[in-house]
Design a binder for this molecule. Structure first.
Ligand code: PLP
Length: 399
């Protein structure tokens, strides 16, 4: 109430929440995750998470660290042995050398790494180019950091690659960065070497930063992952983001990392320091073990995902739901328009009639419409059963 000459007038209530935060929607994936909870016999191909339990040696390393009394805060940058292991790993895999003291920070999953990278580098109104469709956190992350997301369409006929010519056409005087998430969630697309080189050339020419989210870098099938950080002149303008959730089956441990020029890592560290301090200590020891001894486990899981990928991809195509070959991550992204349903209708009705969860493509951007994302990091038995149910559903819709 306000008082005017003795009169008490109702005051327009002030919004309780921040305008930027209120503007971003909650994730379209979680909605389906919540809907399925408690539904008997339901199968979820909805959430992008390995069905494997974290391999034993990684879990043991965490338990050992607790027994050894390693229960205190660590350096804000993460334990030094883990940063050294990340440095060696990146040198071996990407042929780029990062200084473990100044150019690496261990984060709460790649989720935090993306957020820190955006917040540490963007100023209000900076434009960030990203692929449409892409990971659900990118657009909100850019908005929360004060930036402006510029969605560049990727197309089924190009196997959902981000084409340098489309990126070039989206660059303006306000463009600050390109956010590259390949292998891609939700499409499973990978970039060819020529795509990566072309995008790198644009970044150098226009003096842009690149956020390279390579969380799925190990999950590629029958092709090689091309990292933009390996391209000459790119180390100094790339923030390389990777982690343990997917390749090492460690989603619940919440460990990721960022490698970048020291000047950027220093700013990222300040936000991290004032918000989370450090990644839980035991989780860092598990991650260290994963990098030290986990290669065989990664190979074993990749071989298993590949079997499931081939099976699911074939089943979708046999059903008349055209699906390009996903060569990375662990998702199929079939086109469901032949059913006459929208992607939202398809997902809702499939859940209702057959208790199978897949995610509508539009949760990942406008260009995802007409597709659904199905994660094949579920057991083979579950995938077979889910595909049988989807076949029955599609037959029913067609009939
Ligand atoms: N980036 C991409 C492309 C993802 O798909 C995900 C999770 O699904 C993340 C980042 C977040 O992963 P993390 O568990 O490391 O936070």
């Amino acid at each position: 109430m306000t008082t005017t000459g003795g009169l008490r007038l109702p005051r327009t209530p002030r919004p309780l929440t921040n305008e930027r935060v209120s503007r971003i929607p909650a994730s379209g994936i979680r909605k389906f995750f919540d809907l399925i909870a408690g539904v008997e016999g339901a199968i979820s191909l909805g959430v992008g998470e390995p069905d494997f339990v974290t391999p034993d040696p990684f879990r043991e390393a965490a338990i050992r660290s607790i027994r050894d009394g390693k229960t205190k805060y660590t350096s804000n940058y993460g334990i030094r042995p883990l940063r050294e292991a990340i440095s060696e790993h990146t040198a071996k895999l990407r042929h780029v050398m990062y200084d473990a003291d100044r150019e690496i920070i261990v984060t709460v999953g790649v989720s935090e790494a993306v957020d820190l990278a955006l917040r540490a580098t963007l100023n209000d109104g900076d434009e960030v180019i990203l692929a449409d469709p892409s990971y659900v956190a990118y657009v909100p992350g850019v908005v929360l950091a004060g930036g402006v997301p510029i969605a560049v369409p990727t197309r089924e006929e190009d196997d959902f690659r981000l084409r340098p010519e489309d990126v070039g056409a989206a660059i303006t005087s306000r463009t600050r960065a390109i956010l590259l998430g390949f292998p891609n969630n939700p499409t499973g697309a990978v970039l060819e070497k020529a795509d990566v080189d072309g995008i790198a050339r644009l970044a150098v020419e226009h003096d842009l930063l690149v956020y390279a989210d390579e969380i799925y870098d190990r999950l590629v099938y029958g092709s090689e992952h091309h990292s933009i950080v390996s391209v000459p002149e790119m180390k100094e303008r790339t923030i390389y983001l990777a982690g343990f959730s997917k390749s090492y089956a460690m989603t619940g441990w919440r460990v990721g990392y960022a490698c970048a020029p020291a000047e950027i890592v220093e700013q990222m560290m300040k936000i991290h320091q004032y918000t989370v301090m450090c990644v839980p200590t035991a989780a860092q020891y598990a991650a260290l073990e994963a990098l030290t001894s986990g290669e065989a486990e990664v190979q074993r899981m990749v071989a298993e995902y590949d079997k499931r990928r081939r099976y699911m991809w074939k089943r979708f195509n046999d059903l008349g739901l055209h699906c390009f070959e996903p060569r990375g991550a662990f998702y199929c992204f079939p086109n469901i328009t032949s059913t006459g349903l929208t992607d939202d209708q398809f997902c809702e009705q499939l859940l209702k009639h057959e208790q199978v969860v897949v995610v509508p493509g539009n949760a990942f951007g406008e260009r995802g419409r007409g597709h659904v994302r199905a994660c094949y990091a579920a057991s083979m038995e579950q995938i077979v059963e889910a595909c049988d149910r989807i076949a029955r559903f599609v037959g029913h819709v067609a009939g």
